[in-house]
Design a protein around this ligand. Sequence first.
Ligand code: PLP
Length: 389
Amino acid sequence: MTPQRVYYFDHNATTPVAPQVLEAMLPFLTGRWANPSSSYTIGREVAAEVESARAKVAEMIGADPGEIVFTSCGTESNNAALSSALISQPGKRHVLMTAVEHSANIKYGEALSKRGCAVTYLPVDSDGLLDLGLLERSIRPDTAIVSVMWANNETGVVFPVEEIASICRAKGVLFHTDAVQAAGKVWIDVRTAGVDFLSLSAHKLYAPKGIGLLYIRSGAPFEPFIVGGHQENGRRGGTENVAHIAGFGRAAELALGSFEDDNRRIRNLRDQLEAGILRKIPNTALNGAKEPRLPNTSNLAFEGLEADAILIALDQAGICASSGSACKSGSIEPSHVLSAMGMSVARARSSIRFSLGRETSPGDVEYVLSQLPKTISKLRFLSGGERLP
Ligand code: PLP
């Protein structure tokens, strides 16, 4: 059987590993397998490669290499930032985050509540945007940390990180941002942004799954989340995942090198796809603010339908899309992000996210625009909502 061609529109779930990234990783899975903590020559050589990768990821976000701690994923980075703020400030037991954070933050907040911490989840408006006055008023004397994502993974809505950081600084509260979806898609400069902690995950950046980082501003208090060896300057125990770290470094270099071109091209294609869908298919609507938004993301509601049915039909046509956060697919729960935006259960459950990437071509967009209208028409007909032409 000839494998069906895949039209991949789910880059916010994960990205393919770039060939140059794989190439950068392979030496550390074959000949150069030494432990970077070993004092003999081959160990020291591998340690130098880890430092070279650290310098590359640091450059991508305008940080000093010493401010980067490699972790296993974005989830660990988020957990580590929140956990550290609570441990390093024992008198402070309150955490403030938004109701639209990724489950990597929301679920950790729930775990912290069970351990006696107070967690506030800030509401958003129907565009998915925050009221910064409310954020400021919600900071309490016992607030240990404020955590607001740089960009939302489901809608692509971008938050005003610089303004939030400045509110937190004025209030003397630590600020963490989950920039997992922002990396490579919006310009990140940790100095201009003024953040204390920032999380990234390599698999959203054309590198493999299972490697992330936490930026820790020089001078910010930090208590390790994973305690063990002296690795990462005593800030994260565990032998370094050298091959993945090398891949992450190369991915950062590539992202920086093609940032403008990639994003201009991807934004054009996303806009064509979105405009085409809204024009060709009646009773569809965009979820979340049109701007400020990630250039690759479009979250659309298809009135009267269930996202799962649309996704199955698209899958049969070789199109990969998603009904929200990757961790939620397969579940029939409405997205917590769309629900927090005040959407009805029916609209939230009718919504699909298309997320484009570096290898998306104009032909891929045309293909979706040729398949989706008839798919939606057929599903609406089957659900009794519309006549087939
Ligand atoms: N934060 C955001 C905004 C995400 O989109 C994701 C993954 O989808 C994560 C955190 C979790 O990252 P990881 O899969 O590396 O744990």
